[in-house]
Design a protein around this ligand. Structure first.
Ligand SMILES: Cc1cc2nc3c(=O)[nH]c(=O)nc-3n(C[C@H](O)[C@H](O)[C@H](O)COP(=O)(O)OP(=O)(O)OC[C@H]3O[C@@H](n4cnc5c(N)ncnc54)[C@H](O)[C@@H]3O)c2cc1C
Length: 463
């Protein structure tokens, strides 16, 4: 048993930024960071080295370890408070603007490039008008792009800054949060170790969202509902999307579907990028990224649909997993379909894909039929949105456009938090994607800073 001032669970951006903020105070605060994955250098996915689809490792190296899901992410820093998370629910707009700038500056200090996309106001306004005239809402956002190849070095620099200031334990799961009389007092690990602290910051990411939900239930914390976002990853020639991506890099478009009145949106646009698979606790979903130097001929992006479910249903996370499971069952992993085949009510096969103009960057996806797995509601919403997008970027709705399924974003459970991201248990803070407060690098990092600042205000006073 060892005593700390602060224990942080999870070394993703939220946990790392909480640690950086605490250390930057120069007050010699005793911090322990516990991460169930490995150090950055040891995060090697065996599917790459062994040439297999997936080793089904207990800790996925792509998502767990130093840097969390951010380590091999596309590294697009979305410098807008309107996307990438829900922090506007907790702090006011002006304070959030300042906080995002503060966080962005830290990324640049540790090696993010200085170039920012989307700052030509005139062109952005023209695009906004064009989108609006065609039933789409464009949310303008400036983007700083680190790139998948550069993310590890930025995170490595952050680790070097923290190394001599905090204790870090890798390859150890925190299994429970300890509390006494409604106040957090430490954590217990899988190995049976108990660590005591005055404050606990939980930052387990999407990877640990289910674990956090179980913990919250066990501690009697109030849970709020959150929708699950389900959709597909779209891949097409980069030239088709360039009228949009050259202006804003990541066009964030929102569409209200006509048939079901659902909200569909573009997400994680990767100009000249690659489609990748993502392993989440026994299921495969799709994602995408792009490099800062290496370029493909394609651009990919997700179309995600948010819906409200009918009562008494209350398991959005399980619903999303079940849809992904269906695609995995049918395709032995990810399913790939040409848009023309989906329209024609037929499966894609190897020949139809290879005859198409767009060469898939995720070559191991299985040609098939997404309509066996995706409910009609989602297919209909996605097809309507592609049709609308075709009017502002002609070619989006072409037969050769590729759809990979499914992409699922598990934001399932939000824990009730106050404006400092403190739970109903005193001195227990929940930050980042796992707590449902963020959906991206910048806001997850900012949420770690919010908790750390509150802790700094209380340390040394009556905790
Ligand atoms: C392929 C991909 C591309 C992406 N591209 C972008 C992008 O371009 N731009 C963007 O803004 N966002 C992107 N994201 C999302 C971004 O990576 C996440 O929003 C961000 O990493 C969330 O940070 P976090 O700290 O909340 O959680 P995470 O980064 O998921 O980190 C959580 C950490 O906690 C650890 N953990 C979980 N449970 C426990 C436990 N019980 N005990 C100990 N440790 C635990 C995990 O191992 C993990 O390392 C991408 C994500 C992926 C997967």
């Amino acid at each position: 048993m060892k005593n700390y001032d602060v224990i942080i669970v999870g070394a993703g951006p939220a946990g790392i930024f909480a640690a950086l903020e605490l250390v930057s105070s120069g007050r010699g605060i005793k911090i322990l960071l516990i991460e169930k994955g490995r150090e950055l250098e040891k995060r090697i996915c065996p599917s790459g080295t062994k040439g297999i689809f997936c080793n089904e490792c207990p800790q996925c190296s792509l998502l767990c370890g130093w840097g969390g899901a951010g380590a091999f992410s596309d590294g697009k820093l979305t410098l807008s408070k309107d996307t990438g998370g829900n922090l506007l629910r907790y702090i006011d707009s002006r304070a959030l603007d300042e906080l995002l700038k503060y966080v962005d500056d830290i990324y640049v200090k540790y090696g993010a490039p200085s170039k920012v996309y989307g700052d030509d106001a005139g062109k952005v306004e023209d695009l906004k008008r064009l989108a609006s005239a065609n039933g789409l809402t464009l949310i303008p956002s400036k983007i700083r792009h680190i790139g998948t190849d550069m993310c590890p070095s930025v995170l490595k620099n952050m680790k070097l800054a923290l190394n001599s200031n905090i204790d870090i334990i890798f390859s150890e799961d925190v299994t429970s949060i300890l509390f006494e009389k409604d106040k957090a007092v430490g954590v217990k690990t899988k190995g049976g170790d108990i660590f005591h602290s005055d404050f606990v910051v939980i930052a387990p990411g999407r990877e640990g969202a289910l674990w956090l939900e179980e913990q919250a239930r066990a501690m009697g914390l109030s849970l709020l509902k959150n929708p699950v976002d389900i959709g597909v990853r779209v891949e097409l020639p980069a030239d088709v999307m360039s009228p949009l991506t050259e202006v804003v890099y990541e066009p964030k478009l929102i569409f209200q579907s006509k048939t079901f009145n659902d909200r569909a949106r573009t997400f994680c646009v990767n100009p000249y990028g690659e489609v990748v698979k993502e392993y989440v606790k026994g299921i495969w979903t799709v994602n995408g990224h792009s490099y800062s130097k290496k370029k493909t001929e394609n651009t990919n992006f997700a179309i995600l649909v948010s819906t409200s479910f009918t009562e008494p249903f209350d398991e959005p996370h399980l619903y999303g997993r079940s849809i992904a499971y269906l695609t995995n069952l049918l395709g032995r992993g990810i399913i790939l379909q040409r848009l023309g085949d989906l329209h024609a009510g037929r499966r894609s096969n190897v020949k139809r894909i290879s005859d198409g103009r767009v060469k898939p960057t995720l070559s191991e996806a299985t040609p098939g039929d997404l309509s066996f797995a995706l409910p009609y509601r989602y297919v209909s919403d996605i097809l309507e949105m592609l049709e609308a997008m075709d009017k502002i970027a002609p070619g989006v709705n072409s037969d050769d456009t590729l759809l990979y399924g499914v992409e699922v974003k598990f934001y399932s459970r939000q824990i009730k938090l106050d404006s400092n991201l403190e739970t109903e248990i005193r001195n227990l803070f929940a930050v980042g994607d796992g707590a449902g407060v963020s959906r991206g690098l910048i806001q997850s990092s900012a949420s770690g800073v919010i908790a750390a600042r509150e802790i700094l205000g209380r340390i040394g006073t009556k905790a």
